[in-house]
Design a protein around this ligand. Structure first.
Ligand code: FES
Length: 178
């Protein structure tokens, strides 16, 4: 008996050598293709599957739905929830909400940037960290706050100082090197 889940690669006629598995995405596209205002939900689902929206995935969505790639890029770059590049193993969500801002979140950002040598929205060269500034994380009494999300789950760190945030990052780096 044939496996239900078959690898289905790009069927476009260009010579892109795209080896992305589109099986799950094609199911989503079939489900939402005819729904009005479907582009955002399609992009959200695609990002859930692949972790980010690659050029290949955007091209595939364009071919199946008929939306131009320019339109898809327009939406994907307008909304901060969408990523056009892969994220690191640890996604740092640094709160820049009002309470955190008042309590020095910009200093914390500076400390993270200097420790990891990246800016907001960027990923370290070793793929270990991505930094994203976000709005209120809902635990303002702990301001300034960051949340780090990885395959192990999510951890919230509050009452951060420049020193404590550097220590936290060093500890994660050391764990990753073990
Ligand atoms: S403002 Fe940062 S958690 Fe609310």
């Amino acid at each position: 008996m044939q496996s239900q889940k078959e690898t289905k690669n790009c069927t476009c006629t260009c010579s892109c050598n795209d080896d992305t598995d589109y099986y799950a995405l094609d199911e989503i596209l079939a489900e939402y293709k005819d729904m009005q205002g479907n582009l955002i939900i399609i992009l959200q689902k695609a990002q859930e599957i692949y972790g980010y929206l690659s050029r290949e995935v955007i091209r595939h969505i364009s071919q199946v739905t008929g939306y131009t790639q320019a339109k898809i890029y327009g939406v994907a770059t307008f909304y901060t929830q969408f990523r056009l590049a892969p994220i690191g193993k640890n996604l740092i969500m640094l709160c820049q909400g009002t309470a955190c801002h008042v309590n020095g979140s910009k200093d914390i950002e500076e400390a993270i940037c200097s420790e990891l040598n990246i800016q907001d929205g960027e990923t370290t060269e070793d793929g270990l960290f991505t930094l994203n500034n976000v709005a209120c994380l809902g635990c303002c009494s702990l301001a300034p706050v960051m949340m780090i999300s990885s395959s192990e789950g999510e951890e919230t760190y509050g009452k951060l100082t420049k020193d404590s945030v550097k220590e936290i990052l060093k500890k994660i780096k050391a764990e990753a090197e073990k």
